[in-house]
Design a protein around this ligand. Structure first.
Ligand SMILES: CC(C)(COP(=O)(O)OP(=O)(O)OC[C@H]1O[C@@H](n2cnc3c(N)ncnc32)[C@H](O)[C@@H]1OP(=O)(O)O)[C@@H](O)C(=O)NCCC(=O)NCCS
Length: 394
């Protein structure tokens, strides 16, 4: 098997659903922009040299339907010959897309491929436009379709994750993210053109374009006392709140992957290799525990152990599941390696984009710190976990 070299990995800012800077920007345009930006980062790379575009999207319908991988590629100006597809593994969709693209390079089926992800949770809300669970299966297994928030509540209750510890974790996420934004450590963000509609004195809306360069969900003024006052969001006597859940977010990200031949031909300096990717199933009514099973499976494949991993991006779907996974994986002793710039509680979780977004963040941090091995992992709707291992190039 050949190596899959990542030569660029970038993202748009993550912005709050309905309230944030990207709420009026169409997801296919957002994805188109970041695909183009990912190519522009690679000196000498022409769009026509890319074999295929694979885009993750949790709910690929409405404005992010019509095979957004293909549509975004054409909007971005890739030649007709550059094909595009869309893949959904819910919250791991963006990582799945990167893994599929890497596998094409590894098998020799492609020389250059792009994997990425997009989700506008403003345009297509959680659950999609018309959720229709299978009626017979839903009657027999209602827990299969449990809302993510309820699964986070289940984990908190079953595994003794207190409200206080969840709020502390959430506060830390905002503090880390606020420092990272202040110190311009989100080097993986490409300032992104966005649109807004501004009402004019005559009542008509005018379309304006502006550049959005920062994540807009970070709350630097978060306090544990403030978080403690928030009411449970999913269950009457629950502990999961708007403050200790991931934010619903709009965003896009893309990663360019090449064979060694193309790396040499273009004379580019690769960032990292995608070494291993794995997924695993678990109980749907506590689907958020996915990383607790995906990470050991990944490390076994790679022949590595927890202490070999210099940096972690563990998707903060909820504080309860993050805390449970960290505890069960033995990562509590390595907290200075986990989500060093904050996580989805502060930065948002644009579902199908997140796997690609975390890849961009992880690689930027691995480069900045000179870390050899980094892992990203996330839970995935309907009872799954995913994890990937990256190795920094010299
Ligand atoms: C929990 C959830 C329903 C809350 O939705 P929401 O009400 O739109 O959440 P918001 O982020 O707008 O926060 C609502 C309010 O909570 C309060 N709040 C949120 N974070 C806060 C913080 N860090 N400090 C203090 N108050 C906070 C604020 O009053 C805020 O209102 P404001 O934005 O007007 O100031 C939503 O975020 C959610 O569903 N998250 C999980 C998404 C998910 O399941 N993803 C998949 C995981 S696998």
């Amino acid at each position: 098997m050949r190596d899959a070299y990542i030569v660029s990995s970038v993202r748009t800012p993550g912005c709050r659903r309905n309230k944030g800077a990207l709420k009026d920007t169409l997801p296919d345009e957002l994805m188109a922009f970041i695909l183009g930006a990912a190519v522009d980062k690679v000196p000498g790379l022409e769009k026509g040299a890319v074999d295929d575009l694979m885009v993750g999207c949790s709910f690929p319908e409405g404005e992010q339907g019509f095979d957004v991988g293909r549509t975004a590629g054409q909007i971005a100006g890739f030649p007709l010959e550059v094909s595009g597809a869309t893949v959904s593994r819910f919250c791991a969709s963006g990582l799945e897309a990167i893994a599929l693209s890497a596998m094409r390079v590894m098998t020799g089926w492609s020389e250059i491929a792009i994997g990425g992800g997009v989700e506008s949770m403003t345009y297509v809300t959680m659950g999609g436009n018309q959720p229709r669970p299978n009626p017979d299966f839903a009657t027999e297994h209602p827990e299969f379709y449990a809302s993510m928030g309820i699964t986070a509540e289940n984990v908190a209750r079953r595994y003794d994750i207190s409200r206080e510890s969840q709020d502390e974790f959430a506060c830390a996420s905002h503090m880390k993210a606020a420092s990272a934004r202040e110190e311009n450590r989100f080097t993986e963000i490409v300032p992104t053109p966005a649109v807004r509609y501004v009402q004019q004195p005559d009542g008509r809306n005018k379309k304006e374009t502006f550049i959005q360069a920062v994540d807009d969900g970070i709350r630097p003024d978060t306090t544990i006392e403030g978080l403690a006052k928030l009411r449970p969001a999913f269950a009457l006597n629950g502990t999961v709140t708007a403050g200790n859940s991931s934010q619903t977010t709009d965003g896009a990200a893309a990663t360019v992957i090449m064979s060694e031949n193309r790396v040499k031909e273009l004379g580019v300096k690769p960032i990292a290799k995608l070494k291993y990717y794995t997924t695993v199933g678990c109980r749907s009514d506590e689907m958020v525990v996915g990383p607790r099973y995906a990470v050991p499976k990944l490390l076994k494949l790679a022949g590595l152990s927890i202490e070999d991993i210099g940096l972690w991006e563990l998707n903060e779907a909820f504080a309860s599941q993050s805390l449970y996974c960290l505890r069960e994986l033995g990562l509590v002793d390595y907290m200075d390696r986990v989500n060093i710039n904050g996580g989805a509680i502060a930065l948002g979780h644009p579902l199908g984009c997140s796997g690609a977004k975390l890849c961009a963040t992880l690689l930027a941090n691995m480069q900045a710190k000179g870390v050899r091995y980094g892992v990203e992992t996330m839970c995935t709707a309907f009872g799954m976990g995913a994890a990937a291992l990256f190795e920094l190039c010299d």
